[in-house]
Design a protein around this ligand. Structure first.
Ligand code: DGY
Length: 343
């Protein structure tokens, strides 16, 4: 964003659905009539539609559902910029059919999220939170050779399911930093030079689950990926294996995972995302061999500012500069788009 609009009255109106970093809000206010929600009130779908009346743009987070009903209720809405790389809160076909553009926030969170994936893997395999709880409860009386022994990380085999930007960044950390053997499974195989940079070997999902000491999930949530790790997949894993999910809730069947952890079918899990979050399956809460974090993989302030800024830049590109989104997730139907934009 470089040039403020000349006449504030002609500035497009936008809604910012949740609290965002104030410096990004201040920049948005130079170009748009902004209705913000810095109090971070959580709106129902009906309330969101009410707040969106008369707005051409929406800065959303992963929490706002953008579906056909909302689009029909908000005929002036032209563009929704998600402050998240994942956009499973968008009904993309409905947006496309309604002539509404969508964008997400890739790249700016890749390294931060990969760092967190590795942190969660380490915490899970080396039982770090379990150790801390043990200590805080006053159970640590003396040293023992087998006290809280965990799984090796260096030199072990990491299986990554979902080999986009974040998966590749995790693979590089694993192969080059920890000397791990990296297997991956993805919708499509990566070009040979990318596989080489990541020192990663393409395998079937079944072989990956059978061979990996640690399995890391980094794939987007789609209808096809719903419960892509459920009882049959968990049964393929080694009893010493760990499972880390930094992707999305719903990719793992949380009830089946809790059962596998309880029965020792796998050793441990590290979870940053959950089915129906912020609710967490009660059976997971009851287990000690699972590390639970509240969807914070991208949570550093520089990264959160960059995510909000990219969403703001997408709104600016479309609604102020008259360009296409910088990081689009769809190409709106041209007839519906022309009709909506004329209205
Ligand atoms: C993302 O960007 O998709 C993160 O999960 C935050 O929602």
């Amino acid at each position: 964003m470089t040039m403020p609009a000349a006449n504030p009255a002609s500035q497009p109106a936008i809604l910012v659905a949740r609290a965002i970093p104030p410096q990004v809000l201040a920049r948005l206010q130079q170009y748009f009539q902004v209705q913000d929600n810095q109090d971070d009130v959580q709106w129902s779908a009906t309330e969101l539609a009410q707040q969106l009346q008369g707005k051409q743009g929406l800065l959303a987070t992963g929490s706002e559902r953008i579906d056909a009903a909302l689009l029909a209720a908000c005929p002036q809405l032209r563009m929704v910029a998600n402050m998240a790389v994942g956009f499973n809160n968008f009904d993309v076909p409905a947006m496309t059919a309604a002539g509404v553009l969508g964008s997400n926030a890739p790249d700016v969170l890749t390294q931060t999220t990969a760092d967190f994936g590795f942190a969660l893997l380490m915490a899970t395999a080396r039982r770090i939170t379990e150790g801390e709880h043990y200590l805080r409860r006053g159970q640590w009386q003396r040293w023992r050779y087998d006290m809280l022994v965990g799984a090796e990380v260096h030199g072990s085999t990491l299986g990554i399911i979902g080999m986009g930007r974040i998966g590749q960044a995790i693979a590089r950390r694993a192969a080059h930093g920890f000397g791990m053997r990296v297997l991956y499974h993805n919708r499509s195989r990566l070009p040979a030079e990318v596989e080489e940079q990541c020192a990663a070997h393409y395998t079937s999902k079944v072989d990956l689950l059978r061979q990996a000491d640690h399995v890391m999930l980094v794939l987007p949530y789609t209808a096809e990926n719903h419960h892509c790790i459920a009882a049959p997949e968990l049964a393929l894993m080694q009893p010493t294996a760990t499972l880390v999910n930094i992707a999305r809730g719903g990719i793992v069947d949380d009830a089946a995972l809790a059962q596998a952890l309880r029965q020792g079918q796998i050793a441990a899990a590290g979870l940053d995302v959950f089915e129906g979050e912020p609710q967490v399956h009660p059976d997971l809460l009851a287990l000690s061999n699972v590390v639970l974090t509240p969807h914070i993989a991208s949570a550093t302030m520089p990264t959160r500012i960059a995510m909000a800024q990219l969403a703001a830049d997408n709104l600016h590109a479309v609604l102020v500069a008259g360009q296409e989104p910088l990081t689009p997730v769809n190409q709106a139907d041209p007839v519906a788009r022309a009709r909506r934009w004329a209205g």
